[in-house]
Design a binder for this molecule. Sequence first.
Ligand SMILES: C[S@@+](CC[C@H](N)C(=O)[O-])C[C@H]1O[C@@H](n2cnc3c(N)ncnc32)[C@H](O)[C@@H]1O
Length: 349
Amino acid sequence: MAHDEIVLHEGDLVLVLGSGGGIDVLPSARRVGPTGRVYGLDATSDMPSLARDNAAQAGVTNTEFLHGTIEHVPLPGRAVDVVISNRVVDLSGDRAAALAEAFRVLRPGGRFGVGDVVTEDAVPDQDLRRRTETRIGCEAGSLTAGEYRTLLLDAGFTGITITPTADHGDGVHSAVVKAAKPPVAPGFEIRPMRAEDAGQVLSVYQLGLDTGHASFETTAPAWETFSSARLGHLRYVVADTRTDQVVAWVAASRVSARPVYAGVVEHSIYVHPDHGSRGLGRALLNAFVTASEDAGVWTVQSGVFPENTASLALHQAAGFRVLGTRERIGRHHGVWRDVLMIERRSPAI
Ligand SMILES: C[S@@+](CC[C@H](N)C(=O)[O-])C[C@H]1O[C@@H](n2cnc3c(N)ncnc32)[C@H](O)[C@@H]1O
């Protein structure tokens, strides 16, 4: 890929992973213009100087060539608008680390677009597959489309598309892989929830419970109870980028072990009461909905107290509808309360 397959805008800051002699860097630098900049990163020590010479010969000045690996990118977090590459992620022995680094260096709303080798999910003959991968120089072995999608989701990407291009036979394809880092208001970042977030997640949870309008629960559970009751993926936080303080979270659980409901989840979303404005809840819910579709979820459901009009409006704006009212379904501080059942059926899955 990818300079001609991902849209670059005037002024974009772009990182090219495994930039070699600069074949993707130079046209990208022309596209982003004098207000933009393109970083080329390569692990081979002589490649950056070769690429610098090529840029000088081409009269391109808005480039910077860095020596380093895609698994440890020598740039600060949220430094670029776009990450692109061509046939490099498939060379990595640690793709999870490479994708986590791409996510880290992208600003919220930033785009990821790479050309890579991807195998169909159901490949009949592993020996044939391996022979084809060796023939096309994919020495580390390709990921299946499903494995690639899971790694991108684990890194925090959403809006994932994997589009096969050239067919190399035996289920092995070249493919264009695109994804995005979820957008959110300046000063914040939406990223996967980590075990280290436990204390802050539970404290935002407790603040929500204290309002009396979030849940029948009155006390946030211990982390182990919280975590084991929810899916390991599809859990995200909004963090303040300056302090890394968690100001909102979303997580989901399966509604049933029956296979027919494999794509149905129930979610909860909590926003710190001091951070109710700036659209953080909306951005987080949109990221969650997009990620759930990326993960093959077709229905997200939840229950909301009718008095929680802010939550209802938030969910309706994200495509949820009210199914009905469960009347006096449970007691909260001794009072029987109604719950509105809401759900969003994905139009895409
Ligand atoms: C197949 S070439 C592609 C180069 C360039 N994208 C092109 O189309 O000409 C792979 C490049 O990625 C670099 N590379 C491979 N693994 C890398 C890694 N883990 N970190 C950084 N660069 C890497 C190699 O040094 C090489 O220059």
